[in-house]
Design a protein around this ligand. Structure first.
Ligand code: ADP
Length: 293
């Protein structure tokens, strides 16, 4: 089983001929509302990839919260322990112009109130095969979850996104770090992603390389480039979430990590073929079709 501890947002996406400047009102094109937040996206990705998945997070007492919960549950994610906190859900207000340029305002809402873990939440983490965390909730909660997982022998994965200052000792609780090149640089400093420097901090690293696939390295001496699956790209939004959710499932199923990364590459590639975010996340059948090709 995979337990995801993280954020849930409602993404409100408005398309427009141009982005409004301060003080300006622009008449827009289409509007779409989709569940988002890295936590919810990765939980949906894991469930669709065929993993038994539980989401631990906080939604607001508003209509968005109800919809978020329903969308997670519809994807097969266990939501029994999701907290409802009084006030608004996390919301991302996204404006996209016809050239694809965007402006994004994220209001964390209930995500900000997800502080510390209850006994029930800790027990769920302890009972999991794999714990998956990101960095869109208070970092003290991320650290508490990683500690609870580590103490219980649950494999811990940190997707260090978005890049943030890490509390000291946080990486000591991480079995597998998943980062893109920007996030890798944020952790090690320097101009190039330095996998050796990351391995001084965590035992296993996956570096995602967008259209070039990914790289897996560990302290036992593995350092392998795992090529991407070639597909026609429609929209790269949520590729990282598809990848990370699938990776957690594959590792939880006991696959060796290089094979798990290859399978996760198939999930990322299947995601970029479709337009959208959480609505573009692939099913297990989509992943298998690419993986076995
Ligand atoms: P993020 O969105 O977090 O920056 P990446 O862009 O590195 O993450 O994408 C995550 C994974 O998705 C990659 O490791 C790769 O396997 C897959 N992927 C992303 N873009 C493409 C692409 N253009 N073609 C094929 N696979 C892709």
């Amino acid at each position: 089983r995979v337990v995801v501890v993280g954020s849930a947002n409602m993404d409100l996406v408005g398309l427009a001929p141009s982005l409004p400047r301060p003080g300006e009102t622009v008449l827009g094109d289409d509007f779409v509302m989709t569940p988002g937040g890295k936590g919810a996206n990765q939980a949906i990705a894991a469930a669709l990839a065929g993993g038994e998945t539980v989401f631990l997070g906080a939604i607001g007492s508003d209509a968005f919260g109800v919809t978020l919960n329903a969308r997670l549950a519809a994807a097969g994610v266990g939501v029994d322990l999701v907290r409802t906190s009084y006030g608004s859900s996390g919301v991302a207000v996204i404006m996209v112009d016809r050239a694809g340029e965007n402006s994004i305002l994220v209001s964390p809402g209930a995500n900000r109130s997800f502080v510390g873990l209850t006994d029930e939440e800790s027990a769920a983490v302890a009972a999991a095969d794999v714990l998956l965390c990101q960095q869109e909730i208070p970092m003290a909660t991320v650290q508490a979850a990683l500690r609870a997982g580590r103490a219980a022998g649950t494999r811990t994965i940190l997707n260090a996104a978005p890049a943030r200052v890490l509390p000291s000792g946080l990486l000591d609780e991480v079995d597998l770090l998943v980062v893109n090149e920007t996030e890798a640089r944020a952790i090690t400093g320097g101009d190039d992603p330095d996998v050796k420097a990351l391995l001084a901090l965590v035992p296993r690293v996956v570096l995602t390389l967008s259209g070039n696939g990914s790289r897996y390295a560990d302290r036992d001496g593995a350092d392998v480039h795992v090529p991407a699956f070639r597909v026609e790209v429609a929209d790269t939004t949520a590729a990282g979430d598809a990848f990370t959710g699938a990776l957690a499932v594959a590792w939880g199923e006991g696959r060796d990590l290089i094979d798990a990364v290859r399978w996760a590459n198939a999930a990322g590639a299947a995601c970029v073929r479709r337009v959208g975010a959480s609505n573009a996340l692939p099913t297990r059948a989509d992943i298998e079709a690419l993986y076995s090709r």
